[in-house]
Ligand binder design. Structure first.
Ligand code: HEC
Ligand code: HEC
Length: 207
C-alpha cells in the first residue's frame, strides 16, 4: 500500500524511486582507462550539478540557513520565514524542516507540482552536513571537499555513486516540479561522471 501510493504520486520518476538501486547502473570504467584530462572534464560537469540551486540550496554553511531560488526570486535569497536548520541541520532547535516539507502519505497527490509549495520527498527533508558546504563555493573548493574522506562522509567514488542513487532528495532535484529548473544532465550521467572522476584519481584543477 505504501509503495503504491508513493509510486502513484511520484508519477514520471516513480520507477526510479520505487526500485532505487536498480535504475541507475553503477558501472565504473576500468582502472587506468580514464586520463586526467577526461577526469577533469567529468569534474567540470559534476561541478555544474553541485553548484546548481537544486543542490547547493541545501548544501549551505554553518549559518544553517537554506536558500531559495527560482523563477520568482531571481537571485538566490535566504529561505523565507526565518528558517534555520540549527546544528541539528533538521531544524530541531527551531522548527523541523519536515513540518512543511512533510512526508505524510495523504499529502502525496501532486506533491511537487504546485508552484511555491514546500518540496516533498519520501524521506525527512534536511540540510546537508556542514562539511559539504557547496553554496557559493568554487569548483576547486567543492572538488577538494568531495574527495576528502573526512568531509564527504568517508566515501569512495563507488560509495558516492551508490549514495546518489539511494537518496530520494536527489531524485527530486532532477524532477523538482512546480516550475523549478531541474539540476543539469540527469542522475545516470551524474553517476557516470562521478565514477569516471574517481577512476581518474579524483583530479582537481589545483593539483
Ligand atoms: C533537501 C536538501 C538537499 C538537497 C536539495 C541536496 N542534498 Fe545532497 N545531501 C543532503 C543531506 C541531508 C546529505 C547527507 C546524507 C547522508 O550523508 O546520508 C547530503 C549528502 C550529499 C552527498 C554525500 C557526500 C557529502 O559530501 O556529504 C552528496 C554527494 C550529495 N549530497 C549530492 C547532492 C547533489 C548532487 C544534489 C543535487 C542534485 C544534492 N545533493 C541536493 C541534502 C540535500
Ligand atoms: C514553515 C514552513 C517551512 C519550513 C519549516 C521549512 N521550509 Fe523549506 N520551503 C518552504 C516553502 C513554502 C518552500 C517553497 C518556496 C517557493 O518555492 O516559493 C520551501 C522551499 C525550500 C527549498 C527549495 C529551494 C529551491 O530553490 O529549490 C529548500 C532547499 C528548503 N525549502 C529547505 C528547507 C530546510 C533545509 C528546512 C529546515 C531547516 C526548511 N526548508 C524548512 C517552507 C518551509
Amino acid at each position: 500500500m505504501k509503495v503504491i501510493s508513493v509510486t502513484a504520486a511520484l508519477g514520471l520518476f516513480a520507477v526510479s524511486t520505487a526500485i532505487a538501486g536498480e535504475t541507475v547502473e553503477i558501472n565504473p570504467p576500468v582502472e587506468g582507462s580514464i586520463s586526467r584530462a577526461e577526469g577533469l572534464e567529468a569534474w567540470g560537469r559534476i561541478y555544474e550539478v553541485a553548484s546548481h540551486p537544486r543542490c547547493s540550496n541545501c548544501h549551505v554553511g554553518e549559518d544553517n540557513v537554506p536558500m531559495w531560488s527560482g523563477p520568482a526570486y531571481g537571485k538566490a535569497r535566504p529561505h523565507g520565514m526565518n528558517i534555520n536548520g540549527g546544528e541539528s541541520r533538521i531544524g530541531a532547535e527551531f522548527i523541523l524542516c519536515s513540518t512543511c516539507h512533510t512526508t505524510k502519505l495523504e499529502d502525496w497527490d501532486n506533491a511537487n507540482q504546485k508552484p511555491h509549495a514546500a518540496p516533498r520527498v519520501a524521506m525527512d527533508w534536511q540540510l546537508a552536513p556542514v562539511e559539504a558546504e557547496w553554496f557559493g563555493k568554487s569548483s576547486v573548493e567543492i572538488c577538494n571537499q568531495l574527495r576528502d574522506p573526512e568531509r564527504n562522509g568517508d566515501r569512495t567514488y563507488l560509495d558516492l555513486a551508490e549514495h546518489l542513487d539511494h537518496d530520494l532528495i536527489l531524485h527530486w532535484a532532477w524532477n523538482p516540479g512546480g516550475g523549478r529548473e531541474p539540476a543539469p544532465y540527469n542522475l545516470q550521467d551524474h553517476v557516470n561522471d562521478v565514477l569516471a572522476w574517481g577512476v581518474a584519481g579524483y583530479p582537481c584543477e589545483n593539483d
